[in-house]
Design a protein around this ligand. Structure first.
Ligand SMILES: *[C@@H]1O[C@H](CO)[C@@H](O)[C@H](O)[C@H]1NC(C)=O
Ligand SMILES: *[C@@H]1O[C@H](CO)[C@@H](O)[C@H](O)[C@H]1NC(C)=O
Ligand SMILES: *[C@@H]1O[C@H](CO)[C@@H](O)[C@H](O)[C@H]1NC(C)=O
Ligand SMILES: *[C@@H]1O[C@H](CO)[C@@H](O)[C@H](O)[C@H]1NC(C)=O
Ligand SMILES: *[C@@H]1O[C@H](CO)[C@@H](O)[C@H](O)[C@H]1NC(C)=O
Ligand SMILES: *[C@@H]1O[C@H](CO)[C@@H](O)[C@H](O)[C@H]1NC(C)=O
Ligand SMILES: *[C@@H]1O[C@H](CO)[C@@H](O)[C@H](O)[C@H]1NC(C)=O
Ligand SMILES: *[C@@H]1O[C@H](CO)[C@@H](O)[C@H](O)[C@H]1NC(C)=O
Length: 324
Protein backbone atom coordinates (compact mmCIF):
# COMPACT_ATOMS: atom_id res chain seq x y z
CA UNK A 1 0.00 0.00 0.00
CA UNK A 2 2.73 2.44 1.04
CA UNK A 3 4.68 1.50 -2.09
CA UNK A 4 1.66 2.15 -4.28
CA UNK A 5 1.20 5.58 -2.72
CA UNK A 6 4.88 6.39 -3.15
CA UNK A 7 4.72 5.27 -6.79
CA UNK A 8 1.69 7.45 -7.46
CA UNK A 9 3.36 10.40 -5.70
CA UNK A 10 6.45 9.93 -7.87
CA UNK A 11 4.30 9.85 -11.00
CA UNK A 12 2.56 13.03 -9.89
CA UNK A 13 5.87 14.80 -9.30
CA UNK A 14 7.28 13.64 -12.64
CA UNK A 15 4.33 14.64 -14.72
CA UNK A 16 4.08 17.91 -12.85
CA UNK A 17 7.70 18.68 -13.60
CA UNK A 18 7.21 17.89 -17.29
CA UNK A 19 4.01 19.84 -17.78
CA UNK A 20 4.42 23.11 -19.60
CA UNK A 21 2.89 26.11 -17.90
CA UNK A 22 0.21 26.98 -17.20
CA UNK A 23 -0.92 23.53 -16.05
CA UNK A 24 -4.54 23.09 -17.02
CA UNK A 25 -5.26 19.63 -15.70
CA UNK A 26 -4.47 17.92 -12.46
CA UNK A 27 -1.46 15.70 -11.96
CA UNK A 28 -3.71 12.93 -10.77
CA UNK A 29 -5.54 12.96 -14.09
CA UNK A 30 -2.24 12.71 -15.96
CA UNK A 31 -1.12 9.80 -13.80
CA UNK A 32 -4.42 8.18 -14.69
CA UNK A 33 -3.61 8.58 -18.39
CA UNK A 34 -0.26 6.83 -17.91
CA UNK A 35 -1.89 4.00 -15.98
CA UNK A 36 -4.51 3.63 -18.69
CA UNK A 37 -1.82 3.47 -21.39
CA UNK A 38 0.09 0.79 -19.47
CA UNK A 39 -3.12 -1.16 -19.10
CA UNK A 40 -3.80 -0.83 -22.85
CA UNK A 41 -0.26 -2.05 -23.51
CA UNK A 42 -0.73 -5.07 -21.26
CA UNK A 43 -3.74 -6.24 -23.28
CA UNK A 44 -1.81 -6.16 -26.57
CA UNK A 45 1.15 -8.01 -28.01
CA UNK A 46 3.41 -7.22 -30.91
CA UNK A 47 3.32 -9.73 -33.73
CA UNK A 48 6.80 -8.60 -34.79
CA UNK A 49 8.79 -8.47 -31.54
CA UNK A 50 11.98 -7.45 -33.35
CA UNK A 51 10.43 -4.14 -34.43
CA UNK A 52 7.91 -3.67 -31.63
CA UNK A 53 6.85 -0.09 -31.11
CA UNK A 54 4.94 -1.21 -28.04
CA UNK A 55 8.24 -2.10 -26.32
CA UNK A 56 9.05 1.60 -26.31
CA UNK A 57 6.00 2.22 -24.15
CA UNK A 58 8.13 2.17 -21.00
CA UNK A 59 8.95 4.67 -18.33
CA UNK A 60 12.38 5.51 -19.75
CA UNK A 61 10.63 8.37 -21.53
CA UNK A 62 7.48 10.40 -20.78
CA UNK A 63 4.37 8.73 -22.15
CA UNK A 64 3.62 11.70 -24.39
CA UNK A 65 6.67 10.58 -26.37
CA UNK A 66 5.63 6.94 -26.74
CA UNK A 67 5.13 5.81 -30.35
CA UNK A 68 1.55 6.45 -31.42
CA UNK A 69 0.67 8.57 -28.37
CA UNK A 70 -0.20 12.20 -29.06
CA UNK A 71 -0.81 14.51 -26.13
CA UNK A 72 -3.05 17.55 -26.13
CA UNK A 73 -1.53 20.99 -26.62
CA UNK A 74 -4.26 22.74 -24.70
CA UNK A 75 -4.26 20.19 -21.89
CA UNK A 76 -0.62 19.21 -21.43
CA UNK A 77 -0.09 15.63 -20.36
CA UNK A 78 -3.54 14.50 -21.46
CA UNK A 79 -3.63 11.94 -24.27
CA UNK A 80 -5.56 13.35 -27.25
CA UNK A 81 -4.83 10.72 -29.89
CA UNK A 82 -3.70 7.13 -30.20
CA UNK A 83 -2.40 6.56 -33.72
CA UNK A 84 -1.42 2.91 -33.81
CA UNK A 85 -2.46 1.92 -37.31
CA UNK A 86 -0.34 -0.94 -38.76
CA UNK A 87 1.55 -1.39 -35.48
CA UNK A 88 1.42 -5.19 -35.87
CA UNK A 89 -0.65 -5.64 -32.75
CA UNK A 90 -2.59 -8.66 -31.60
CA UNK A 91 -4.56 -9.03 -28.38
CA UNK A 92 -7.57 -7.00 -27.34
CA UNK A 93 -8.69 -3.41 -26.87
CA UNK A 94 -8.58 -2.70 -23.16
CA UNK A 95 -11.64 -1.05 -21.55
CA UNK A 96 -9.05 1.14 -19.77
CA UNK A 97 -9.09 3.23 -22.94
CA UNK A 98 -12.17 4.84 -21.44
CA UNK A 99 -9.94 6.41 -18.77
CA UNK A 100 -8.23 8.56 -21.41
CA UNK A 101 -10.93 11.15 -20.95
CA UNK A 102 -9.37 13.69 -23.34
CA UNK A 103 -9.08 11.24 -26.23
CA UNK A 104 -10.29 12.64 -29.54
CA UNK A 105 -8.80 10.15 -32.00
CA UNK A 106 -8.42 6.38 -31.79
CA UNK A 107 -6.73 4.72 -34.75
CA UNK A 108 -5.97 0.99 -34.52
CA UNK A 109 -6.50 0.21 -38.22
CA UNK A 110 -4.74 -2.76 -39.84
CA UNK A 111 -3.74 -4.78 -36.81
CA UNK A 112 -4.81 -8.23 -35.71
CA UNK A 113 -6.85 -7.29 -32.69
CA UNK A 114 -9.54 -9.68 -31.48
CA UNK A 115 -12.24 -9.52 -28.82
CA UNK A 116 -14.99 -6.96 -28.63
CA UNK A 117 -15.26 -3.20 -28.97
CA UNK A 118 -15.35 -2.09 -25.31
CA UNK A 119 -18.75 -0.49 -24.56
CA UNK A 120 -16.82 1.76 -22.17
CA UNK A 121 -15.77 3.82 -25.22
CA UNK A 122 -19.18 5.45 -24.75
CA UNK A 123 -17.66 7.36 -21.83
CA UNK A 124 -15.35 9.29 -24.17
CA UNK A 125 -17.49 12.27 -25.06
CA UNK A 126 -14.64 14.05 -26.86
CA UNK A 127 -14.04 11.28 -29.42
CA UNK A 128 -14.13 12.54 -32.99
CA UNK A 129 -12.52 9.65 -34.89
CA UNK A 130 -12.68 5.93 -34.16
CA UNK A 131 -10.93 3.79 -36.76
CA UNK A 132 -10.75 0.09 -35.91
CA UNK A 133 -10.87 -1.09 -39.53
CA UNK A 134 -9.12 -4.25 -40.73
CA UNK A 135 -8.81 -6.19 -37.49
CA UNK A 136 -10.57 -9.34 -36.30
CA UNK A 137 -12.97 -7.77 -33.82
CA UNK A 138 -16.04 -9.74 -32.86
CA UNK A 139 -19.29 -9.12 -31.05
CA UNK A 140 -21.71 -6.30 -31.64
CA UNK A 141 -21.55 -2.57 -32.14
CA UNK A 142 -22.09 -1.24 -28.60
CA UNK A 143 -25.18 1.02 -28.42
CA UNK A 144 -23.28 3.10 -25.82
CA UNK A 145 -21.24 4.61 -28.67
CA UNK A 146 -24.16 6.90 -29.44
CA UNK A 147 -23.00 8.75 -26.33
CA UNK A 148 -20.02 9.98 -28.35
CA UNK A 149 -21.84 13.01 -29.66
CA UNK A 150 -18.73 14.57 -31.22
CA UNK A 151 -17.93 11.52 -33.33
CA UNK A 152 -17.34 12.40 -36.98
CA UNK A 153 -15.76 9.20 -38.30
CA UNK A 154 -16.62 5.63 -37.30
CA UNK A 155 -14.58 3.15 -39.32
CA UNK A 156 -15.15 -0.54 -38.56
CA UNK A 157 -14.55 -2.00 -42.04
CA UNK A 158 -13.29 -5.59 -42.35
CA UNK A 159 -13.92 -7.09 -38.95
CA UNK A 160 -16.19 -9.90 -37.78
CA UNK A 161 -18.82 -7.77 -36.11
CA UNK A 162 -22.38 -9.00 -36.09
CA UNK A 163 -25.84 -8.41 -34.71
CA UNK A 164 -28.01 -5.48 -35.64
CA UNK A 165 -26.79 -1.97 -36.26
CA UNK A 166 -28.10 -0.38 -33.04
CA UNK A 167 -31.23 1.65 -33.66
CA UNK A 168 -29.81 4.32 -31.35
CA UNK A 169 -26.88 4.98 -33.66
CA UNK A 170 -27.43 8.33 -35.19
CA UNK A 171 -29.93 9.52 -32.63
CA UNK A 172 -27.26 11.75 -31.07
CA UNK A 173 -24.22 11.60 -33.38
CA UNK A 174 -25.12 14.70 -35.31
CA UNK A 175 -21.56 15.27 -36.58
CA UNK A 176 -20.98 11.79 -38.01
CA UNK A 177 -20.08 12.05 -41.69
CA UNK A 178 -18.29 8.75 -42.36
CA UNK A 179 -19.90 5.50 -41.22
CA UNK A 180 -18.01 2.52 -42.59
CA UNK A 181 -19.39 -0.85 -41.50
CA UNK A 182 -18.54 -2.74 -44.69
CA UNK A 183 -17.28 -6.32 -44.71
CA UNK A 184 -18.72 -7.47 -41.43
CA UNK A 185 -21.65 -9.72 -40.53
CA UNK A 186 -24.24 -7.12 -39.53
CA UNK A 187 -27.80 -8.37 -39.91
CA UNK A 188 -31.32 -7.06 -39.50
CA UNK A 189 -32.64 -3.96 -41.21
CA UNK A 190 -31.02 -0.63 -42.00
CA UNK A 191 -32.10 1.38 -38.92
CA UNK A 192 -34.25 4.42 -39.62
CA UNK A 193 -32.09 6.39 -37.22
CA UNK A 194 -29.35 6.44 -39.88
CA UNK A 195 -31.60 8.89 -41.69
CA UNK A 196 -31.21 11.28 -38.75
CA UNK A 197 -27.52 11.93 -39.36
CA UNK A 198 -27.56 15.38 -40.97
CA UNK A 199 -23.79 15.48 -41.64
CA UNK A 200 -23.58 12.07 -43.30
CA UNK A 201 -21.50 11.99 -46.50
CA UNK A 202 -20.10 8.44 -46.78
CA UNK A 203 -22.28 5.52 -45.79
CA UNK A 204 -20.66 2.12 -46.44
CA UNK A 205 -22.76 -0.91 -45.56
CA UNK A 206 -21.27 -3.13 -48.29
CA UNK A 207 -20.93 -6.89 -47.72
CA UNK A 208 -23.02 -7.59 -44.66
CA UNK A 209 -26.22 -9.59 -44.17
CA UNK A 210 -28.64 -6.68 -44.01
CA UNK A 211 -32.22 -7.47 -44.98
CA UNK A 212 -35.52 -5.65 -45.34
CA UNK A 213 -36.11 -2.60 -47.51
CA UNK A 214 -34.03 0.48 -48.18
CA UNK A 215 -35.60 3.12 -45.88
CA UNK A 216 -37.36 5.88 -47.80
CA UNK A 217 -36.12 8.32 -45.16
CA UNK A 218 -32.50 7.92 -46.32
CA UNK A 219 -33.45 10.72 -48.70
CA UNK A 220 -33.10 13.01 -45.65
CA UNK A 221 -29.32 12.68 -45.92
CA UNK A 222 -29.03 15.55 -48.35
CA UNK A 223 -25.24 15.81 -48.06
CA UNK A 224 -24.72 12.13 -48.87
CA UNK A 225 -22.03 11.59 -51.51
CA UNK A 226 -21.42 7.87 -51.35
CA UNK A 227 -24.12 5.28 -50.62
CA UNK A 228 -22.89 1.70 -50.77
CA UNK A 229 -25.45 -1.01 -49.97
CA UNK A 230 -23.81 -3.63 -52.22
CA UNK A 231 -23.85 -7.35 -51.35
CA UNK A 232 -26.53 -7.68 -48.71
CA UNK A 233 -29.99 -9.30 -48.72
CA UNK A 234 -32.05 -6.17 -49.23
CA UNK A 235 -35.42 -6.55 -50.93
CA UNK A 236 -38.22 -4.34 -52.20
CA UNK A 237 -37.83 -1.46 -54.63
CA UNK A 238 -35.42 1.45 -54.71
CA UNK A 239 -37.40 4.28 -53.03
CA UNK A 240 -38.01 7.04 -55.55
CA UNK A 241 -37.22 9.51 -52.75
CA UNK A 242 -33.53 8.62 -53.17
CA UNK A 243 -33.70 10.85 -56.23
CA UNK A 244 -33.46 13.76 -53.75
CA UNK A 245 -29.85 12.85 -52.91
CA UNK A 246 -28.47 15.51 -55.18
CA UNK A 247 -24.87 15.36 -53.88
CA UNK A 248 -24.47 11.67 -54.64
CA UNK A 249 -21.40 10.59 -56.64
CA UNK A 250 -21.70 6.83 -56.02
CA UNK A 251 -24.83 4.75 -55.68
CA UNK A 252 -24.30 1.04 -55.29
CA UNK A 253 -27.10 -1.39 -54.54
CA UNK A 254 -25.73 -4.33 -56.55
CA UNK A 255 -25.93 -7.95 -55.38
CA UNK A 256 -29.12 -7.75 -53.38
CA UNK A 257 -32.63 -9.02 -53.97
CA UNK A 258 -34.12 -5.69 -55.01
CA UNK A 259 -37.00 -5.64 -57.46
CA UNK A 260 -39.39 -3.35 -59.33
CA UNK A 261 -38.47 -0.71 -61.86
CA UNK A 262 -35.77 1.91 -61.44
CA UNK A 263 -37.65 5.06 -60.30
CA UNK A 264 -37.37 7.83 -62.89
CA UNK A 265 -36.02 10.15 -60.17
CA UNK A 266 -32.84 8.07 -60.12
CA UNK A 267 -32.04 9.12 -63.71
CA UNK A 268 -32.09 12.71 -62.48
CA UNK A 269 -30.43 12.08 -59.16
CA UNK A 270 -27.29 14.20 -59.33
CA UNK A 271 -25.33 15.86 -62.08
CA UNK A 272 -22.17 14.67 -60.29
CA UNK A 273 -23.05 10.95 -60.20
CA UNK A 274 -19.95 9.00 -61.17
CA UNK A 275 -20.93 5.42 -60.51
CA UNK A 276 -24.22 3.54 -60.57
CA UNK A 277 -24.04 -0.15 -59.74
CA UNK A 278 -27.30 -2.06 -59.72
CA UNK A 279 -26.34 -5.45 -61.16
CA UNK A 280 -27.42 -8.80 -59.73
CA UNK A 281 -30.90 -7.89 -58.54
CA UNK A 282 -34.40 -8.55 -59.86
CA UNK A 283 -35.06 -5.17 -61.46
CA UNK A 284 -37.48 -5.12 -64.39
CA UNK A 285 -38.71 -2.67 -66.97
CA UNK A 286 -37.38 -0.51 -69.72
CA UNK A 287 -34.40 1.80 -69.32
CA UNK A 288 -35.72 5.13 -70.75
CA UNK A 289 -33.94 6.34 -73.87
CA UNK A 290 -32.93 9.56 -72.07
CA UNK A 291 -31.89 7.65 -68.93
CA UNK A 292 -28.35 8.96 -68.76
CA UNK A 293 -28.90 12.37 -70.32
CA UNK A 294 -28.94 14.12 -66.93
CA UNK A 295 -25.92 12.21 -65.62
CA UNK A 296 -23.03 13.81 -67.51
CA UNK A 297 -20.32 12.65 -65.10
CA UNK A 298 -21.32 8.98 -65.14
CA UNK A 299 -18.29 6.76 -65.80
CA UNK A 300 -19.26 3.39 -64.35
CA UNK A 301 -22.57 1.59 -64.76
CA UNK A 302 -23.22 -2.04 -63.96
CA UNK A 303 -26.71 -3.31 -64.69
CA UNK A 304 -26.22 -6.93 -65.74
CA UNK A 305 -28.11 -9.84 -64.22
CA UNK A 306 -31.43 -8.09 -63.92
CA UNK A 307 -34.56 -8.50 -65.98
CA UNK A 308 -34.49 -5.27 -67.95
CA UNK A 309 -35.68 -5.33 -71.52
CA UNK A 310 -35.39 -3.03 -74.53
CA UNK A 311 -32.41 -1.36 -76.14
CA UNK A 312 -29.46 0.34 -74.54
CA UNK A 313 -29.91 4.15 -74.48
CA UNK A 314 -27.60 6.09 -76.78
CA UNK A 315 -26.70 8.75 -74.21
CA UNK A 316 -23.72 6.88 -72.82
CA UNK A 317 -20.85 8.73 -74.43
CA UNK A 318 -18.68 9.19 -71.35
CA UNK A 319 -19.05 5.80 -69.76
CA UNK A 320 -15.88 3.74 -69.61
CA UNK A 321 -17.09 0.80 -67.55
CA UNK A 322 -20.35 -0.77 -68.62
CA UNK A 323 -21.78 -4.15 -67.72
CA UNK A 324 -25.19 -4.46 -69.23
C1 LIG B 1 -9.76 3.63 -14.74
O1 LIG B 1 -10.53 4.51 -13.91
C2 LIG B 1 -11.25 3.85 -12.89
C3 LIG B 1 -12.15 4.84 -12.22
O2 LIG B 1 -11.49 6.05 -12.01
C4 LIG B 1 -10.27 3.17 -11.95
O3 LIG B 1 -10.98 2.46 -10.96
C5 LIG B 1 -9.41 2.20 -12.74
O4 LIG B 1 -8.42 1.64 -11.91
C6 LIG B 1 -8.74 2.89 -13.89
N1 LIG B 1 -8.04 1.91 -14.69
C7 LIG B 1 -6.83 2.10 -15.18
C8 LIG B 1 -6.23 0.99 -15.91
O5 LIG B 1 -6.23 3.15 -15.04
C1 LIG C 1 12.19 1.40 -23.55
O1 LIG C 1 12.00 2.30 -24.63
C2 LIG C 1 13.19 2.68 -25.28
C3 LIG C 1 12.83 3.69 -26.38
O2 LIG C 1 12.02 4.68 -25.90
C4 LIG C 1 13.88 1.49 -25.89
O3 LIG C 1 15.13 1.89 -26.47
C5 LIG C 1 14.14 0.45 -24.80
O4 LIG C 1 14.65 -0.72 -25.39
C6 LIG C 1 12.83 0.13 -24.09
N1 LIG C 1 13.08 -0.78 -22.96
C7 LIG C 1 12.60 -2.01 -22.93
C8 LIG C 1 12.88 -2.79 -21.68
O5 LIG C 1 11.95 -2.51 -23.84
C1 LIG D 1 5.17 -5.27 -38.98
O1 LIG D 1 5.60 -6.57 -39.34
C2 LIG D 1 6.25 -6.63 -40.59
C3 LIG D 1 6.53 -8.09 -40.89
O2 LIG D 1 6.78 -8.81 -39.73
C4 LIG D 1 7.51 -5.77 -40.52
O3 LIG D 1 8.13 -5.79 -41.77
C5 LIG D 1 7.14 -4.33 -40.16
O4 LIG D 1 8.30 -3.55 -39.99
C6 LIG D 1 6.35 -4.31 -38.86
N1 LIG D 1 5.89 -2.95 -38.59
C7 LIG D 1 5.98 -2.37 -37.41
C8 LIG D 1 5.45 -0.99 -37.30
O5 LIG D 1 6.45 -2.94 -36.45
C1 LIG E 1 -22.66 8.89 -21.47
O1 LIG E 1 -22.07 10.16 -21.19
C2 LIG E 1 -22.38 10.67 -19.92
C3 LIG E 1 -21.82 12.07 -19.81
O2 LIG E 1 -20.57 12.17 -20.43
C4 LIG E 1 -21.82 9.72 -18.87
O3 LIG E 1 -22.15 10.18 -17.58
C5 LIG E 1 -22.40 8.33 -19.07
O4 LIG E 1 -21.81 7.42 -18.17
C6 LIG E 1 -22.16 7.86 -20.48
N1 LIG E 1 -22.83 6.60 -20.74
C7 LIG E 1 -22.20 5.50 -21.13
C8 LIG E 1 -23.05 4.32 -21.41
O5 LIG E 1 -20.99 5.44 -21.26
C1 LIG F 1 -36.96 12.93 -42.70
O1 LIG F 1 -37.34 14.27 -42.97
C2 LIG F 1 -38.74 14.48 -42.88
C3 LIG F 1 -39.03 15.89 -43.36
O2 LIG F 1 -38.05 16.77 -42.96
C4 LIG F 1 -39.15 14.26 -41.43
O3 LIG F 1 -40.53 14.44 -41.29
C5 LIG F 1 -38.80 12.85 -41.03
O4 LIG F 1 -39.06 12.64 -39.65
C6 LIG F 1 -37.33 12.56 -41.27
N1 LIG F 1 -37.08 11.17 -41.04
C7 LIG F 1 -36.11 10.71 -40.27
C8 LIG F 1 -36.01 9.23 -40.10
O5 LIG F 1 -35.30 11.45 -39.74
C1 LIG G 1 -36.15 -12.28 -53.27
O1 LIG G 1 -37.32 -11.53 -53.28
C2 LIG G 1 -38.45 -12.26 -53.77
C3 LIG G 1 -39.62 -11.31 -53.79
O2 LIG G 1 -39.31 -10.18 -54.56
C4 LIG G 1 -38.71 -13.43 -52.83
O3 LIG G 1 -39.79 -14.20 -53.34
C5 LIG G 1 -37.46 -14.28 -52.74
O4 LIG G 1 -37.65 -15.29 -51.78
C6 LIG G 1 -36.27 -13.44 -52.33
N1 LIG G 1 -35.07 -14.26 -52.41
C7 LIG G 1 -34.16 -14.28 -51.46
C8 LIG G 1 -32.98 -15.13 -51.70
O5 LIG G 1 -34.26 -13.59 -50.44
C1 LIG H 1 -35.35 14.36 -65.55
O1 LIG H 1 -36.07 15.53 -65.17
C2 LIG H 1 -36.50 16.32 -66.27
C3 LIG H 1 -37.13 17.58 -65.73
O2 LIG H 1 -37.95 17.29 -64.63
C4 LIG H 1 -37.45 15.51 -67.16
O3 LIG H 1 -37.86 16.27 -68.28
C5 LIG H 1 -36.73 14.26 -67.64
O4 LIG H 1 -37.61 13.42 -68.37
C6 LIG H 1 -36.18 13.47 -66.45
N1 LIG H 1 -35.37 12.37 -66.97
C7 LIG H 1 -35.71 11.09 -66.82
C8 LIG H 1 -34.80 10.09 -67.44
O5 LIG H 1 -36.67 10.74 -66.18
C1 LIG I 1 -19.30 14.05 -71.17
O1 LIG I 1 -18.56 14.76 -70.17
C2 LIG I 1 -18.38 16.12 -70.50
C3 LIG I 1 -17.46 16.73 -69.46
O2 LIG I 1 -17.83 16.32 -68.18
C4 LIG I 1 -19.74 16.81 -70.57
O3 LIG I 1 -19.59 18.16 -70.93
C5 LIG I 1 -20.62 16.10 -71.62
O4 LIG I 1 -21.91 16.66 -71.60
C6 LIG I 1 -20.70 14.63 -71.32
N1 LIG I 1 -21.44 13.94 -72.38
C7 LIG I 1 -22.49 13.20 -72.17
C8 LIG I 1 -23.13 12.58 -73.39
O5 LIG I 1 -22.94 12.99 -71.07
Amino acid sequence: MARAVAFLLLLCLCSHALASSPPTSSSAAKAADELALLSIKSSMRSTSPSSSRLASWNTSIHYCGWPGVVCSRRHPGRVAALRMGSFNLSGTISPSLANLSFLRELDLEENQLTGEIPPELGRLGRLETVNLAANALQGTLPPSLDNCTNLMVLGLRSNQLQGEIPSTIGARMKKLYILDLQQNGFSGGIPLSLAELPSMEFLFLYDNRLSGEIPTALSNLTGLMHLDLDTNMLSGAIPSSLGKLSSLTWLTVANNNLSGTIPSSIWNISSSLWGLNIQHNNFVGLIPSNAFAALPELRTITMDNNRFHGRLPTSLANVSVLWY
